[in-house]
Design a protein around this ligand. Structure first.
Ligand code: C5P
Length: 235
């Protein structure tokens, strides 16, 4: 798999817009993408997202999960900000995902719409405690198939499920994988993790990396090393 730098998505999990923008400015020369999650969205709101969209490719990771009408309306609003990627929870069901997909039909530069399958922090005990006995892989494959039937472009899953999702749905179905840890790094609260090289071997499309970059002593160097491991950095 030959990667472009934009297939590395740096998670801007920060409580203030200033440091987030600083990091964007420092990493932008690499051509990576950025992800805005709930915390940064709560402090920066749509205005901040729009200012990031002017600087690069943005994944708005708000994981919508509500009744179909409410989810579709939120997805439409998010898409009008010009983000490249956004997501809903697959467990919201067929009608919800179909309504979300319908809401962005026909937009110029329609964003990639992803379904979150099983959070990468969840292991089999967590799944069983929340009423889903069985393996994460089974649940991810079930939800990925449903998302594909609803016309979504791909899923957020763990790196460990890339191959089975591609086999179950299709090679073109996009996988976006958080839970990436360069060898020797702490897992933090992630359970189902892999290295950037593992993702490349499995043919994953986008890698989401947060703390290994944002908490690194030198985020620029950490990014460079991950891009090298992905084969996406030409010296
Ligand atoms: O710091 P770390 O690399 O663990 O960050 C992973 C990012 O990916 C976080 O922003 C988290 O919200 C997000 N994410 C995840 N699992 C999912 C979907 C998104 O960890 N299933």
């Amino acid at each position: 798999m030959k990667y472009k730098p934009e297939q590395l998505i740096v998670a801007l999990d920060m409580a203030k817009t200033g440091p987030a923008m600083d990091l964007v400015e420092r990493l932008n020369p690499f051509g990576v993408s950025f992800k805005v999650g709930l915390e940064l969205y709560m402090v920066g709101g749509p205005k901040f997202v729009s200012s990031l969209v002017r600087r690069g490719k943005i994944f708005l990771d708000l994981k919508f999960h509500d009744i179909p009408n409410t989810t579709a309306a939120a997805v439409k609003r998010a898409a009008t900000l010009g983000v490249s990627m956004l997501n809903v929870h697959a467990s919201g069901g067929r009608e919800m995902m179909s309504a979300a997909r319908e809401a962005i039909e026909g937009l110029d530069n329609r964003p990639t719409l992803l379904a979150v399958t099983v959070l990468t922090s969840m292991n089999e005990r967590h799944l069983s405690e929340t009423g889903s006995p069985g393996s994460a892989e089974e649940k991810v494959n079930l939800l990925a198939s449903l998302a594909a039937e609803c016309g979504l472009d791909g899923v957020v899953c763990s790196p460990l499920e890339i191959s089975s999702v591609k086999k179950t749905v299709s090679q073109n179905f996009i996988t976006v994988t958080p839970g990436i840890r360069p060898a020797g790094e702490a897992f933090d609260d992630q359970s189902r993790v892999a290295t950037p090289a593992d993702v490349a071997r499995a043919g994953g499309d986008y890698l989401v990396v947060g703390r290994p970059i944002t908490r690194a002593q030198n985020p620029v160097e950490a990014t460079r090393l991950i891009l090298i491991e992905m084969g996406a950095y030409d010296e």
